[in-house]
Design a protein around this ligand. Structure first.
Ligand SMILES: C[S@@+](CC[C@H](N)C(=O)[O-])C[C@H]1O[C@@H](n2cnc3c(N)ncnc32)[C@H](O)[C@@H]1O
Length: 249
């Protein structure tokens, strides 16, 4: 992404409750598919401002590292950790999911809400596996076709934006080939897209439209963010982000 586009992207996204679809209840629902673990060590990859990171610390009673490569999101997470008095158990780490150098087999659970697409579903499953303890867990939610024959407009959009998007049955085939079992899967319901993500994002886009009304380049970026929201409004029956709860074999 070019610098000016990046700057406006972060101005649009700064301070939003989440950086992707999700809600604490669904983080909890996925967590409850796992067997009971005693104070697990968890890595939350692409944690953004840390919605899931904080919830995982509360749910597990264990320790959580939130990893992201964008410092202003980590600053928000650090503030949440400080306010909750959880600095003994939660750390915000600036690093890339492509170059992680944690000791092998050091996490009971790797968690990634809406971020594995950055490295790709299959590559993430393969590359991250070594950091998970034997019989440990990988939990992600990933953009997925909910029906196999999407209309051209939305199929073309996602082919351009994320060529790796595929169906639930295809992802369920990939998982055992990468040496994991599937313990469960479920799509995030539509409220997980609207309440803490698209509604606040849309409000921000409208505020910035007024501020940048004389700036065509910025307006183009705002329009492309709005396009994603409009397409979800129109085609939400066809795609969504699906939680896959996996155990390392
Ligand atoms: C769709 S957001 C999901 C954020 C968060 N999990 C949530 O549910 O709110 C993807 C996140 O991945 C982060 N990211 C992008 N590239 C990354 C990389 N190479 N390594 C680590 N994080 C990255 C972004 O900064 C962003 O916070």
């Amino acid at each position: 992404m070019e610098k000016r586009t990046r700057d406006i992207f972060f101005e649009i996204h700064k301070g939003l409750p989440r950086e992707g679809p999700g809600r604490n209840d669904y983080t909890r629902r996925a967590f409850e598919i796992l067997p009971k673990l005693d104070k697990p060590r968890i890595l939350d990859i692409g944690c953004g401002p840390g919605g899931p990171t904080m919830e995982l610390a509360r749910l597990s009673g264990g320790s959580v590292i939130g990893l992201d490569n964008h410092q202003s999101y980590l600053d928000v997470l650090e503030e949440k950790i400080r306010k909750a008095g959880l600095s003994e158990r939660i750390k915000a780490v600036n690093g890339s999911m492509f170059t992680m150098d944690f000791p092998e087999e050091s996490f009971d659970i790797i968690w990634a809400e809406g971020s594995i697409y950055i490295i790709g579903f299959k590559r993430g499953l393969k590359d991250w596996r070594k950091f998970i303890k034997p019989q440990g867990f990988l939990v992600v939610h990933e953009m997925t076709w909910l029906k196999s024959d999407p209309p051209n407009e939305i199929a073309d959009y996602w082919k351009r934006m994320y060529p790796g998007i595929t169906t639930i049955p295809k992802n369920l085939e990939i998982i055992p080939r990468c040496s994991y079992d599937v313990l469960g899967h479920f799509p995030l319901p539509e409220d997980a897209w609207w309440e803490e993500y698209y509604h606040p994002l849309e409000e921000r886009i409208n505020q910035l439209r007024a501020k940048y009304k004389e700036n065509p380049e910025t307006l183009r970026t705002l329009n492309s963010e709005q396009e994603e929201i409009d397409l979800y409004r129109k085609y939400s029956a066809w795609y969504g982000s699906v939680f896959y709860v996996m155990q390392k074999l």
